[in-house]
Design a binder for this molecule. Structure first.
Ligand SMILES: O=c1ccn([C@@H]2O[C@H](COP(=O)(O)OP(=O)(O)O[C@H]3OC[C@H](O)[C@H](O)[C@H]3O)[C@@H](O)[C@H]2O)c(=O)[nH]1
Ligand SMILES: [Mn+2]
Length: 392
């Protein structure tokens, strides 16, 4: 309402720019709250990043869990379209014009017309943690019928150690009611810092197009009450639908690649990021977890459209996976940025022969790091900062 102040966070980015401010009517204005709620975990240390091409009514269902967190909305597609955000949320919104204005020529590393654009939100955030969720993902219920606070579970996953070096057969040993089992080396029970928490989905599973075509009516109804650390040396297919990570530990590696408009491939954005992230986490001694929490994925995208986007990836990945499985990083790679630049060189060297696209992608990986360091003033730290933040 006129005169009502609204908590709109204007971010002091390296290059001042006028954010795409939707008309005042669609801006947030928190309702006065007579009974203040308990401060949620990591309230001021976590941003929620949402890539979108549609109005964000889905947030209504998440309001009890998200309303006290800051949102970074990355609007894809037509920048002239106004995205409406429900009242009461504190957010900043970036469309393509903002991305181009902030990054200049480096904006060409951010995909257009693909959910891969979400990684711009990781770059502009100034928080230690990120949670990213798709706008067709809703609150799921656990077997007792209770609404699942996915964000709370991700935070628990990130704040407790991981066990990448030795598999605990009773799953997450740090969870209430569990522990390390007999034979688990005591020297390894401190665990490793958790860099990534990969959540899952009830209802529409994240299947590739061929599987979707063969099993159009398959729904995931199985709730598995477990969180697992993905062992060191093992890759995994990372889905960006319900994903959280420690931005200070692994953020610069969370580049979602060149997808969508003008690119020969799509729907491999999160996969590419996940393979790079896992190789770097293994090198730096960081953990990646998968399992709880579940969200309810409501919309199956068109399998024929998906097949067109994915089909090159389906045969390319038979070469990409062996590349990542055999990728090694030198001991000089002591920061995420250094690991990432080293990996980009190997991508160009070893995947360039698969298709010229990988030369372009390798260059974009470098541009991404340059843009990340420029926006986050981390280039001078890149040479000395250890992933855990301690200077050399
Ligand atoms: O051009 C686009 C299309 C979509 N988005 C936003 O991205 C989110 C995912 O979109 P959608 O739910 O329609 O696609 P899915 O096939 O279910 O997504 C999965 O596969 C592709 C990606 O890997 C994605 O992460 C997976 O979840 C949604 O928020 C759309 O609004 C976009 O920004 N640009
Ligand atoms: Mn979806």
């Amino acid at each position: 309402m006129i005169g009502e102040t609204h908590r709109f966070t204007l971010r002091a980015l390296k290059t001042q720019h006028s954010l795409h401010l939707p008309p005042f009517s669609s801006l947030s204005s928190p309702m006065a709250d007579p009974s203040p709620k308990p401060v949620p975990l990591l309230k001021d240390q976590l941003d929620i990043v949402i890539p979108t091409i549609r109005n964000l009514d889905f947030l209504e269902m998440w309001r009890p869990f998200f309303e006290q967190y800051h949102l970074i909305i990355v609007q894809d597609g037509d920048p002239n379209k106004v995205i409406s955000v429900p009242q009461g949320f504190d957010y900043e919104l970036y469309n393509r014009n903002d991305i181009n204005r902030i990054l200049g020529p480096k904006a060409n590393c951010i995909s257009f017309k693909d959910s891969a654009c979400r990684c711009f939100g990781y770059m502009v955030s100034k928080k230690k943690y990120i949670y990213t969720i798709d706008d067709d993902c809703f609150v799921a219920k656990d077997p007792s019928g209770k609404d699942i606070n996915a964000l709370e579970q991700h935070i628990k996953n990130l704040l407790s150690p991981a066990t990448p070096f030795f598999f605990n057969t009773l799953y997450d040993p740090y969870r209430e009611g569990a522990d390390f089992v007999r034979g688990y080396p005591f020297s390894l029970r401190e665990g490793a810092p958790t860099a990534v928490s990969h959540g899952l989905w009830l209802n529409i599973p994240d299947y590739d197009a061929p599987t979707q075509l063969v099993k159009p009516r398959e729904r995931n109804t199985r709730y598995v009450d477990a969180v697992l650390t993905i062992p060191k040396g093992t890759l995994f297919p990372m889905c960006g639908m319900n994903l959280a990570f420690d931005r200070e530990l692994i953020g610069p590696a969370m580049y979602f690649g060149l997808m969508g408009d003008g690119q020969p491939i799509g729907r491999y954005d999160d996969m590419w990021a996940g393979w790079c992230v896992k190789v770097i986490c293994d090198h730096l001694g960081l953990g990646v977890k998968t399992g709880l929490p579940y969200i309810w994925h409501s919309k199956a995208s068109n399998p024929f459209v998906n097949l067109k986007k994915e089909y090159k990836g389906i045969f390319w990945q038979e070469e990409i996976i062996p590349f990542f499985q055999s990728a090694t990083l030198s001991k000089e790679c002591t920061s995420v940025q250094k690991c990432y630049i080293e990996l980009s060189k190997q991508v160009k060297e070893k995947l360039g022969a698969v298709d010229p696209y990988f030369n372009k992608l390798a260059d974009a990986m470098v541009t991404w790091i340059e843009a990340w360091d420029e926006l986050n003033n981390t280039s001078e730290e890149t040479s000395s900062k250890q992933p855990n933040g301690a200077a050399k």
